[in-house]
Design a protein around this ligand. Structure first.
Ligand SMILES: Cc1cc2nc3c(=O)[nH]c(=O)nc-3n(C[C@H](O)[C@H](O)[C@H](O)COP(=O)(O)O)c2cc1C
Length: 236
């Protein structure tokens, strides 16, 4: 796929102009738009295509109030007409997710031998994170990348979002009906709706502090002299 310069510019503008919005108008998000945004989130990649994440769409008033309480009273989940809860499913690799392999096989994406081996391969792969206590972390990666897709898609559609970390996990789990599920974890809360405020870009650290070449850390003295930064084209 190759976008036209105009289309690429549009993608770039969407990414650069997105802001985290803390105040929302009450107008509901049209059902078809909400559905489309959730579908786009589900297009996000996931480890082994296991899709170890789910999205709980909370629109009713008591549910949003419970989520706002779980965030210590932050305004966004109460004001926004929708709050999406991204749930990480750390036990996904143990479950029978035969529908995934079957779909990939039927659609011709994965050749028969690959699809047949996939369940065993996925289990073997996840044994290592399990031993190291990283099952949750792996599932959270799947959930977070799905949330990122949704944030960008929502902004492109004129809606605002705000990723949220500040909540009590037990309270959020209770609010969405999974108080006793040790295999499910809250990755992110994401209020969604029409913005009632505008926010200025808070800035990002200089690229020289956050983008490294070949190894982590500043370019050792002398070795980078005169070279051009591959990302920016600027001399370093
Ligand atoms: C994982 C994550 C958790 C966050 N949690 C909160 C939160 O609990 N409350 C809040 O107001 N903003 C939260 N934010 C928003 C950040 O403050 C915001 O992304 C950051 O200041 C940069 O601003 P920008 O998103 O407008 O570029 C969170 C952002 C991320 C990525």
């Amino acid at each position: 796929m190759k976008l036209s310069p105009l289309e690429r510019d549009a993608v770039s503008r969407v990414i650069r102009s997105r802001r985290s919005i803390r105040h929302y108008r009450p107008d509901p998000v049209p059902a078809d738009l909400l559905q489309e945004l959730v579908d786009l989130a589900l297009e996000a990649p996931s480890s082994f295509n296991l899709q170890a994440r789910s999205i709980v769409v909370v629109t009713d008033e008591p549910g949003r109030a419970a989520l706002a309480d779980a965030t210590g009273g932050q305004p966004h989940p109460r004001e926004a007409p929708v709050t999406l809860v991204f749930v990480a499913e750390s036990g996904a690799w143990r479950e029978d997710r035969g529908d995934i392999w079957e779909r990939a096989r039927r659609g011709g994406a994965w050749p028969e031998p690959f699809a047949a081996a996939a369940p065993g391969d996925a289990r073997a792969f996840y044994e290592d994170p399990r031993r190291r206590g990283l099952e949750r972390e792996y599932a959270v990666k799947d959930a977070m990348i799905a949330a990122s897709f949704l944030m960008i898609a929502a902004h492109a559609a004129g809606l605002a979002t705000s990723p949220m970390n500040g909540w009590d996990e037990a309270e959020v789990k209770k609010a969405i009906g999974i108080p006793d599920r040790g295999d499910l974890h809250i990755a992110l809360l994401l209020p969604l709706g029409r913005p009632a405020e505008s926010r200025t870009h808070p800035g990002r650290r200089d690229r020289s502090l956050t983008v490294h070449r070949e190894t982590y850390g500043p370019t050792p003295c002398g070795t980078g002299a005169g070279r051009r930064d591959q990302v920016s084209g600027e001399a370093r």
